[in-house]
Design a protein around this ligand. Sequence first.
Ligand SMILES: [Zn+2]
Length: 216
Amino acid sequence: MAVREKEVGLGSCVICGRAALRAREEGELTMLEGPNALRLKDGGSLCGSCVRKLRVMYPVQFTFDEAKRLVVKKDPLVELSTEEAVRANAEAVSFREDMREHYGFHNAVFSVDAMAESKGGFLQPPIVTIFGQVLYGSFYMQDEVTIKSGGNEIKAAIEAIDAYEHRIPMDAASLKEWIRRTWDPGRAVAENGYPCKLVVLGKGISLKPGDLVVKD
Ligand SMILES: [Zn+2]
């Protein structure tokens, strides 16, 4: 397989044998367009699709500094050996099924870390930026979701998905610009195991850490 200009080949994936290609410019751990290949602890490689499969078991870990910037990003997958990665691969499907069962068989589940509301503009509903992490499954722009908070359920559509580099909410101007630049329902995807922001429109949405956004 040809290595494209922006990619670097890491050899063959230790699980599936396909070429493990790493996008050079891609942000390390906040991928909106699919996971990157990576190098394991012992030098073996995982391709992007095997990373995607194992990521549900080994979510990216992140925390914040005082300025609410996401600073510590740790990828537990790179701490695995080849042997451990192969073993995890054998368990990944049942791990995901157990998670689905635990969360009531929704197709995708997102765990809320924080939220911020900004003005939507004249006669427009507020813009709610929801920060958190996808526990399993994938979310796309325009997905219809249910926001679950303290026994309440609110239906909403995902207007935008963005990387969660800091806890700064989207305002009306940046939301419009973001949609203009990237609008393609199939493109921006929030994947399991990665921190991200989901943007919805709606009044009276009040979320606390641990609330869920689910998709059926
Ligand atoms: Zn692979």
